[in-house]
Design a binder for this molecule. Structure first.
Ligand code: PA5
Length: 452
């Protein structure tokens, strides 16, 4: 079986000779701290050996639940935010048809994502769309108290019960949540929904290989066993005993930390040349941003879809402040084949491309971009993915997770907490007069009055 691969040569050239290799002791120490459970945030290391510990019986249980939803629903709404939705969306969009929601093939339910915003138009339009649909809901929230998701779930639950009756609704609502705590758990227990547990020791952004990601992915019709197998193989390939020079996660973590601390590269742009990878980048942004952006440190994770964004962000990348580096996810072979036709009149002057595959053009755009950006002072890391299938996406997910854990520890932060996320929530609850926030509410209102 092939594997994803990594090329750091066009990034390492921006560092002194031997600089990446010199980071090996720090990277190895981080690997060992992860492995031995002695690092900061060691109560959230459940993701580390998750792929190799998922049992076939558990995957069968997830698949059986997905099959029930697939039989009984034309639309499945996945309600969740942040780590409770980005992984599922990333995999489903990477593997699915680009026009999936327009295809009425009846083979697969339409998967819709909600609970990730508080847009009134979005929710009103969603409830309108669902009015004549046989729909079900996967309610995903570890805490069970996240406002965006809880608010959406209340709307969807009422609508589902009104349209299908309470008894039938019970069979098409599934909760993925904490084993004991939170409103989502209380509602699931009271209503008798099928539930899956998010393990205590797996944080949201590392949870795609738990039912948080696996259930929606299986609902969409993708092979979760192959996904987990890919991740398990990458778990082995990036293990603590795999030599630094051959360990993709160690190499990626080392070169990005080298660029950050030695070359002043403060921003990493993850780029792709396949629009299906847009949400892989969104998932990656959360994984790295929430793990590393702490104590006034951390590489800022940004994303571009190429060639699309070469026509909007290309100028900045080529010629703006030299504080960036680029990590390109390159797909070696597309799933579909489309040859470019010749044209007698050649009015568009494109006959020089006749007979080539569209991907040949894309690959030259990719190579041309790489050369131009490196010439312009942008270090380039390249991750090659043989094909967009479940197995290689599983590898990619685990590779990024492992490298993230190592990189955060080399940066000397706790990569597994997210204390900064609470600040906006506290203000919002105070402004909305949520019970329990009376003192904050008084203080914030006084502050706003003084600022006027
Ligand atoms: O990574 C994280 O911890 C966050 O992105 C959470 O997943 C997100 O805030 C959703 O939280 P919850 O699953 O508790 O609703």
């Amino acid at each position: 079986m092939k594997s994803i691969s990594l090329d750091i040569t066009k990034a390492a050239q921006f560092l002194g000779a031997g600089a990446v290799e010199a980071l090996e002791p720090q990277v190895q120490a981080a690997q060992e701290a992860l492995e031995n459970g002695t690092c900061a945030g060691n109560d959230f290391l459940g993701w580390l050996h998750l792929p190799s510990s998922v049992t076939p019986a558990f995957l069968d249980e997830v698949q059986a639940c997905a099959d029930t939803l697939r039989r009984q629903c034309d639309v499945v709404v996945v309600a969740g935010i942040g780590g409770s939705y980005l992984g599922a969306r990333a995999v489903i969009e990477a593997l699915g048809n680009s026009f999936a929601w327009l295809i009425q093939d009846k083979k697969n339910p339409v998967i819709v994502f909600a609970g990730n915003n508080i847009g009134e138009d979005y929710l009103a339009e969603l409830t309108d769309y669902l009015k004549d649909k046989r729909f079900g809901v996967i309610n995903i929230s570890k805490s069970g108290t996240t406002t965006e998701t809880a608010l959406t779930f209340r709307l969807l639950k009422k609508q589902c019960e009104a349209q299908r009756g309470k008894a039938e609704a019970k069979d098409v609502i599934v909760a993925v949540t904490d084993a004991r705590k939170g409103a989502a758990r209380a509602a699931a227990d009271k209503e008798g929904y099928k539930t899956f547990i998010i393990p205590d020791n797996v944080g949201g952004r590392f949870s795609v290989l738990t039912p948080v990601g696996l259930l929606p992915i299986a609902c969409a019709g993708f092979d979760i066993k192959a996904l987990v197998q890919g991740a398990a193989d990458m778990e082995q390939a990036t293990g603590v005993d795999v030599p630094f020079a051959r360990n993709l996660a160690a190499q990626y973590a080392a070169v990005r930390q080298g660029l950050y601390t030695q070359a002043g590269k403060k921003i990493e742009i993850i780029a792709n040349f396949q629009p299906k990878l847009h949400f892989i980048a969104e998932w990656w942004k959360q994984l790295y941003g929430e793990s590393e952006g702490k104590e006034h440190k951390g590489i800022f994770p940004a994303a571009c879809d190429f060639t699309t964004d070469l026509h909007s962000m290309g100028q900045w990348i080529q010629d703006g402040e030299r504080s960036i580096f680029e990590t390109v996810i390159s797909v070696e072979t597309p799933e579909r084949e489309l040859d470019f036709p010749a044209d007698e009149e050649n009015l568009d002057g494109l006959n020089f491309l006749a007979g080539k595959r569209v991907d040949d053009v894309n690959k030259m755009a990719e190579l041309g971009t790489r050369l131009a950006h490196v010439d312009g002072g942008v270090p380039n890391i390249r991750i090659s993915v043989p094909r967009l299938n479940e197995y290689y996406i599983g590898q990619l997910i685990y590779f990024f997770e492992k490298a993230c854990g190592i990189s955060g520890l080399v940066e000397k932060v706790n990569p597994f907490n997210q204390p900064g996320v609470e600040a906006y929530k506290k203000n919002m609850f105070a402004l909305l007069d949520k019970p329990g926030y009376e003192a904050d509410s008084k203080a914030i209102k006084e502050r706003l009055a003084n600022e006027q």
